[in-house]
Design a protein around this ligand. Structure first.
Ligand code: ADP
Ligand code: MG
Length: 245
């Protein structure tokens, strides 16, 4: 088995003449939590889209446990254990928060026995409490705040029991008090062996969760180091135009 649960090799994606990913290589060992950083527009979401099957790369490979999944549809990649959340999650109209979580795909459909149904219901109630969504469980999901939608999308992703979880700006719009809760939740999920790639701007959050950060800029990875070393890297500082990272 490959030592890397997720890898990309020479991954390329251009929009017209704009080469957003220009041969990106990443290698993520099983169980690691990696921060994927970079200035706005540097291609972080494009990278997650290409990894998770929401966008077909122009060239290169995406490997899950050493097996190519390049160009597969997103649901096929999800079935292989890679689940991602979106920067701006959209919620279906007319479904309540609890409905969204209930529908959240569990990879092996699990609705058979009464016992399993009861187990599923208690799991959903646990997630609602953990993500502080229990008081809005019966509201339409589309009525939630941006931050609550983020929480619901992470909770829904967890129902699929991913091996690799890719999160696109999980704390943007989330109340600062809740950010620490998300750190705790993701830490405990990682302790159960889930590998994570986290696109995030909040460096406090990144330092709490990620031992390693990759920085994307102008089409390629310009740094691969622990978060506390980022500010010592002149290419990173330049990419962020001298703004504190
Ligand atoms: P980030 O997530 O790092 O902020 P994105 O991956 O969203 O950046 O976008 C990287 C670049 O690619 C931006 O210049 C963006 O405008 C462009 N881009 C992203 N998606 C598309 C698309 N579907 N069509 C055209 N350009 C796109
Ligand atoms: Mg983005």
């Amino acid at each position: 088995m490959s030592e890397f649960i997720l890898a990309t090799r020479a991954l390329k994606k251009a929009f017209g003449a704009h080469k957003v990913l220009d041969g990106v290589d990443i290698s993520v060992p099983r169980g690691e939590v990696v921060g994927l950083l970079g200035p706005n527009g540097s291609g972080k979401s494009t990278m997650l889209n290409a990894i998770s099957g929401f966008l077909k790369p122009d060239a290169g490979e995406v490997l899950l446990s050493g097996q190519p999944v390049t160009g597969l549809e997103s649901h096929a990649i999800a079935r292989k254990g890679l689940i991602r959340t979106f920067q701006l999650p959209s919620m279906p109209h007319r479904m309540t928060v609890r409905d969204v979580l209930t529908a959240g795909s569990r990879t092996g459909a699990n609705l058979g026995s009464i016992f399993k149904r009861a187990q599923q219901e208690s799991e959903i109630e646990d997630l609602l409490v953990t993500f502080k969504l229990d008081h809005v469980a019966n509201q339409p999901a589309s009525s939630l705040s941006g931050g609550q939608k983020k929480l619901l999308s992470i909770a829904t992703a967890l129902r699929a029991q991913p091996q690799v979880l890719c999160l696109d700006e999980p704390t943007a719009g989330v109340h600062p008090k809740l950010r620490n809760d998300i750190v705790d939740i993701l830490t405990s999920i990682n302790a159960r062996g889930v590998t994570m790639v986290i696109v995030e701007h909040d460096m406090g959050f990144v330092r709490n969760l990620c031992k390693r950060c990759l920085v994307l800029d102008r089409g390629s990875i310009i740094a691969d180091c622990p978060p506390e070393k980022l500010s010592e890297d002149s290419r990173v500082v330049e990419a962020y135009l001298g703004k504190a990272i």
